[in-house]
Each structure stands twice: as structure tokens, then as C-alpha cells.
Design a protein around this ligand. Structure first.
Ligand code: PMP
Length: 328
């Protein structure tokens, strides 16, 4: 099926319409479906937006591995100001009152949910009128959002809205056209917007799958319902952790805890490797896969994306409680 065929045009258009409906996206925002993943956006964001103001500066809030990578990438294209003292561990969101925002920054960047460290913003940060850019890769459509507070939002589809291959970019129209001249054409938002995401071949099959997932979200109560389920699912697991007399330890400060990714250690805050291996092996034997923490931090991580059901989560919680009973 050609990406310029009428069949695919229908798929692309319906996917965009459904996303606009689910997130109530205002008309002065473009929705782009691109390739290159979240990592591609770490470059595309500064290449397109750091030139919004002459000084080519951007403010970054760095609360975990992904925003740290984004900040490092942006340094290639301009001045990056990390707005708070460097964190020694990614277990909290630094107090907004302590942020040193630069009024001359072209934009302020943050990651709504740090997938590796399990740190999630519960509110949209107040950045005093500067253009706000957000990586929502791992909590996109897990809650309603007010798009009008953002200059740009991007998200890889593969966590909550489909399979890998397509990256969503939602950008306010007046921010188009400030692209640095060295920006590769396929990362140029203005060119992609001008071509309806069809400057080059888009990830057609991933867009098709995403369209189906968006329909599924719509038929299941939309973003508000995904939020209710996310609260319920995450509370089930956090409760087991908090009631485990210290057998399960979540390093993240309570008010920054993620609803999507719950990292925890077993035995102590540093983790007992024998206990953690036993936990993972026994969970796998029961069909619960992918519970191993990210390789950079170790331990366990329960990811509760939209596709994970309350029943799945209850099964994990039962297993954790049983594990606790047999190890204390
Ligand atoms: N941002 C976040 C929050 C992520 O979780 C990830 C991937 N896990 C990325 C960016 C990078 O995405 P990709 O692998 O699609 O480049």
C-alpha cells in the first residue's frame, strides 16, 4: 500500500482526527507522525527551537536518564542551562521554587515521566511564559493534558499508544520556521508539517496500529479513563511495596512516584541480588515478563502502561505478597 494512496491517506487522517479528539488538541497545533523515536526528538527539539531567541539558550529540568540524554544532545546546538543543582540520584523532582529559569531561554524542556527512574511530574510546571517542551514518551495518553500550556510535546508510540516506529510531535504553529540551517530535512518540523508528515515515507504500519489503539482508548473512556486505571493500578503495587515491612523498597520520594513505571529493590535499598533473581525467575515462571529493572539501575521495574490490565496488576500484587510471606 503506497503511503500516498487514498487508503493510507484515510488511515493517516483518521489517526490524527482521533488523537485530536482524545487530547482536545487546539486548531493552532500541528500533529506530526515522524520517525527517529524519542531520541531523534532529543536532536530535533533544539535544531528547531533553540533558534527561537537570539542567544540560542535552552533551560532543561533533568530528573532522570532520558532528560539527561536530551540535555546532552541539545548542548551540540546551543547553550544549555540545567535549572537546578545536579541531582546525585534521580528520586525526586527538585522543588520548583529552587529552579533558576533563564528569561532569555528559547524554551524550557522536561520529561513528564522518567521511564528508567520512575519519577513523574503530577502537574505541568509553571515556566513563567517561556515556551514549554515536554517528552511524554512514557506517559502519553495515560491522563488528560491541557495542550495549550505547551509549545511542543513529543512521544514515541511504543509505550502507551502502539508499537515502535512512529513518534508523535504536537507543536504550536507559531513555533515553526526557526529551524537551524544544519537541521536535517526529515527533522525539520516546518517541512514535515507542510507535507502533512509525508515529506518522506512515514512509518505506515505503526501509524495504522496507533490508529487502532487510539480507537480502543476512545471506546474505553478516553484519557480520563486511562488516568483512573493508572491511578488504581499504580496504587495496588505501591501499597504492596509500602506494606512489605521493607522487603520491597521504592527509592522514589512519594510525591514524585510514577504511575507508569514502578522501580523497586528487594531486601534493601541497594537490592539483594539473590532475592531479586529469585523474584524475577518465579515471576517469569508465572508468565510475568519484563519485570527486570533497566540495565543502568538494576532491581525490578513494573511498567503499568495502558495495555496492562487491572487483573494483570492484581496478579503481580498477589505474587509480591506471597513472595513477602515466604521471605520474612
Ligand atoms: N524518552 C523517554 C521518556 C523514553 O522512555 C524513551 C525510551 N524508552 C526515549 C525517550 C527514547 O525513545 P526511543 O528509544 O524511541 O528513541
Amino acid at each position: 500500500m503506497s503511503h500516498r494512496s487514498s487508503d493510507f491517506t484515510k488511515i493517516l487522517n483518521n489517526t490524527e482526527i482521533c488523537m485530536r479528539e482524545l487530547l482536545n488538541i487546539p486548531d493552532n497545533y500541528k500533529v506530526l507522525f515522524l520517525q527517529g523515536g524519542g531520541s531523534g526528538q532529543f536532536s530535533a527539539v533544539p535544531l528547531n527551537l533553540i533558534g527561537l531567541k537570539e542567544g540560542k539558550c535552552a533551560d532543561y529540568i533533568v530528573t532522570g536518564a532520558w532528560s539527561a540524554k536530551a540535555a546532552k544532545e541539545a548542548e551540540k546546538y546551543g547553550k544549555v542551562n540545567i535549572v537546578h543543582p545536579k541531582l546525585t540520584s534521580y528520586t525526586e523532582i527538585p522543588d520548583p521554587n529552587s529552579w533558576n529559569l533563564n528569561p532569555d531561554a528559547s524554551y524550557v524542556y522536561y520529561c513528564a515521566n522518567e521511564t528508567v527512574h520512575g519519577v513523574e511530574f503530577q502537574d505541568v510546571p509553571d515556566v513563567k511564559g517561556t515556551v514549554l517542551v515536554c517528552d511524554m514518551s512514557s506517559n502519553f495518553l495515560s491522563r488528560p493534558i491541557d495542550i495549550s500550556k505547551f509549545g511542543l510535546i513529543f512521544a514515541g508510540a511504543q509505550k502507551n499508544v502502539g508499537c515502535a516506529g512512529v513518534t508523535i510531535v504536537i507543536i504550536r504553529e507559531d513555533l515553526l520556521g526557526f529551524t537551524l540551517k544544519e537541521c536535517p530535512t526529515i527533522l525539520d518540523y516546518k517541512i514535515q508539517a507542510g507535507n502533512g508528515s509525508l515529506y518522506n515515507t512515514p512509518p505506515c504500519f505503526s501509524i495504522y496500529i496507533m490508529g487502532l489503539v487510539l480507537e480502543w482508548i476512545k471506546n474505553n473512556g478516553g484519557a480520563a479513563c486511562m488516568e483512573k486505571l493508572s491511578i488504581l493500578k499504580s496504587e495496588i503495587i505501591y501499597n504492596v511495596i509500602d506494606e512489605s515491612n521493607g522487603l520491597f523498597v521504592c527509592p522514589v520520594e512519594k510525591k514524585s512516584r510514577s504511575r507508569m513505571n514502578i522501580p523497586f529493590r528487594i531486601g534493601s535499598i541497594k537490592g539483594d541480588s539473590a532475592l531479586e533473581k529469585e523474584f524475577l525467575d518465579k515471576a517469569a515462571a508465572l508468565g510475568m515478563m519484563s519485570l527486570k529493572g533497566h540495565r543502568s539501575v538494576g532491581g525490578i521495574r513494573a511498567s503499568l502502561y495502558n495495555a496492562v490490565t487491572v487483573e494483570d496488576v492484581e496478579k503481580l500484587a498477589d505474587f509480591m505478597r506471597h513472595f513477602k510471606e515466604t521471605h520474612q
